[in-house]
Design a protein around this ligand. Sequence first.
Ligand code: NAD
Length: 326
Amino acid sequence: MKICLIGAGRIGAVHAIAIAGEATTTLHSVVDLHPEAAEQLAKKYNAIALNLDQAFNNNEIDAFIIASSTATHADLIERCARAGKPVFCEKPIDLSLDRALSCAKVVKESGIVCMIGFNRRFDPHMVSLKNKVDANLIGSVQSLIINSHDPEPPSMEYIASSGGLFYDMMIHDFDMACWILKDTPSNIYVAATATNDDIASYGDVDTASVILTMKNGAIATIINGRQAAFGYDQRIEVFGQKGMLQVQNALEDNVVLSNANGINQAKAKYFFLERYEKAYHNELVHFMKSVQTGAKPSVDISDGVLALKIAEAAKQSFESGNPVNL
Ligand SMILES: NC(=O)c1ccc[n+]([C@@H]2O[C@H](COP(=O)([O-])OP(=O)(O)OC[C@H]3O[C@@H](n4cnc5c(N)ncnc54)[C@H](O)[C@@H]3O)[C@@H](O)[C@H]2O)c1
């Protein structure tokens, strides 16, 4: 499978690693608004740099991966749909729910395979937790707690076009809550603030706690922050009538030093590349299987629309200070 990667930034580089590490895929070409960024990444993997028109006119390309800035996603997905090309697109689909819905309509009418990049669903630890919930090992679920803190904020240039914490960061957790609980929220309540003055100057927040009341009655609490002193904080706890499941942080190594000063362990793995390397590989394999068989991917554009709908409600709750019904 020859893949064209659109976007040679942080996550574009991660997808290039996954493509190169998978025997059935080859990085055919890279497109970026900045041709030198495309050339640099392409050169590393013996691929070629193209512009968008060249890429969509190239018959050798089997599928596209969209890893460019958020504002480009819906237009590029639609371009893939019009060209009849399978597409994997990073989250979120767009910052507007209406635009995401119109994009989903175009995708549906075209019949192309379209997968959205909720990579955490492909992390082996998260998959194991989900399988145990589904196998009823903890009985009916009463509550879910997700803690997600980045090690450091992204660049202010990134913050400016990210759409804010709910659309950019917490959207992963909205998807995780719906996926693990096999449910959607009926109500959302948000408390959030900006501790970083630069982030505040963009009208964004960097610290947020969100409570989702799910339709079946379970309560999901999501805690997000843009800065953690000890690495990428990614913890999940599911509490049920018969027990509890937890995914703890993945650490840089598993050595525990116990001495007179205390008991010490390594920091958490640094960020998304280190923590979710296996997940990015597994999601690529899943996408490729869908492309080969034509089967609907397990995370498709409707999941992207649902997570966006919750992000929109989160923003409304934050701005109004009131709970919002979905
Ligand atoms: N799933 C994940 O773990 C994850 C992690 C990080 C980012 N993301 C998502 O990936 C997207 C990119 O994030 P990033 O951190 O890599 O950002 P980035 O700013 O590092 O990279 C974005 C790249 O897209 C390029 N670009 C912008 N407009 C373009 C266009 N019209 N055509 C071609 N290239 C264009 C930019 O020049 C830049 O190189 C965002 O939507 C973000 O939400 C997902």
